[in-house]
Design a protein around this ligand. Structure first.
Ligand SMILES: *Cc1c(COP(=O)(O)O)cnc(C)c1O
Length: 338
């Protein structure tokens, strides 16, 4: 079956050209800093985004964790969105491994943390309190793009309050494409940025953390401590470099297809279109229909994530083409008109 998999943009298969680039990559021992392809990837993203250094790691979770460990010490605190990935979906790693206390804040609907709420959460310098060190933002958040103006305000705010500023930019390039600005313009508002190459960019494995040489030096040490020092990782880095060369501009196609999908689903009675943001579409389907819908879609060769909530997230990516969108809309329409 020719599956259309809309569960996530992590499900992509490496293209033949990407596999060829990986196959022929020059490699060395990265713990010694000797893998030329890893070094090229790290420097490439650092240069493109305007930072001194980069660090290649296996996952976005590890990249965010290393950033938190680099910014904060035991007994420090970071301020973060209540529904942010670094707080909610990373196993509490900063607390588990760094004795770093999270201070979650309720986010606005666009994913931003209202700065007056952040200000109210900053602790006084007093032995009663954890030391507030860092503000962590996420862009895109559930596909939503944080406005550039807000990022500039957050930058000024963090300077005023002496806080570091970290971006979980798992989908930084989706945000840049949606804003029609170079990714650098977004990244430059932050002290550290974590970028996933294995989401919409389509590499099989890998994230890169960029920042100052000092912060990345600390992160490198913590990567080794966490068991993340790797050896001939250049084969993976080659896939990431290929993705940066060939899969950034095409993210616009994913956004356009998500808009097409939203347009089609919005015309179907029986489901509620909640919205479309970059490469994600959100719909509500009443709970009683979820199981039957899942079965119906699978029979039509379509995979979506069905959990226990009525809200469904459909994600477009490299392996979903126009025909896939049409087939999906048709399968939904078929289910709800039966
Ligand atoms: C996927 C994701 C991560 C973590 O990436 P993994 O590679 O799955 O660990 C972090 N933040 C956001 C917003 C993500 O979507």
């Amino acid at each position: 079956m020719d599956w259309i998999d809309l569960r996530s943009d992590t499900v992509t298969q490496p293209t033949a050209a990407m596999r060829a680039a990986m196959h022929t990559a020059a490699v060395g021992d990265d713990v010694y800093g000797e893998d030329p392809t890893v070094n090229r990837l790290q420097q490439r993203l650092a240069d493109d985004l305007g930072f001194e250094a980069g660090l290649f790691v296996p996952s976005g979770t590890q990249s965010n964790l290393l950033a938190l460990l680099a910014h904060c010490e035991r007994g420090d605190e970071y301020i973060v969105g209540m529904d942010a990935h670094t707080y909610k979906f990373e196993g509490g790693g900063a607390a588990v491994l760094g004795s770093i206390q999270p201070q979650p804040i309720v986010q606005a609907d666009d994913g931003s943390l209202p700065l007056e709420r952040v200000a109210a959460a900053i602790k006084p310098v007093d032995p009663h309190f954890a030391r507030t060190r860092l503000l962590a933002l996420e862009n895109t958040w559930h596909g939503r793009v944080l406005p550039l103006d807000y990022l500039r305000q957050a930058r000024a705010f963090s300077r005023t309050h002496g806080l570091g500023l970290h971006l979980d930019g798992a989908r930084l390039f989706n945000a840049a494409i949606a804003c029609n600005v170079p990714a650098r313009e977004i990244a430059q508002q932050f002290d550290t940025v974590s970028i996933c190459l294995s989401k919409g960019l389509g590499a099989p494995v890998g994230s890169v953390l960029v920042g100052s040489a000092a912060l990345i030096g600390k992160a490198r040490r913590w990567r080794k401590v966490c068991g993340g020092g790797w050896r001939q990782a250049g084969m993976l880095a080659a896939g990431c470099l290929h993705a940066l060369d060939h899969h950034v501009a095409r993210l616009a196609d994913d956004h356009a297809r998500a808009a097409q999908l939203a347009d089609g689903l919005g015309k179907i009675d029986g489901l509620i279109l909640l919205g479309q943001h970059t490469n994600m579409v959100f719909i509500d389907v009443s709970a009683e229909h979820l199981r039957a819908l899942d079965t119906h879609l699978r029979a039509a060769g379509i995979r979506i994530s069905i959990g226990y909530l009525p809200t469904l997230r459909l994600v477009t990516h490299l392996d979903v083409d126009d025909a896939g969108i049409e087939r999906t809309v048709a399968a939904f329409a078929d289910f709800f008109t039966r």
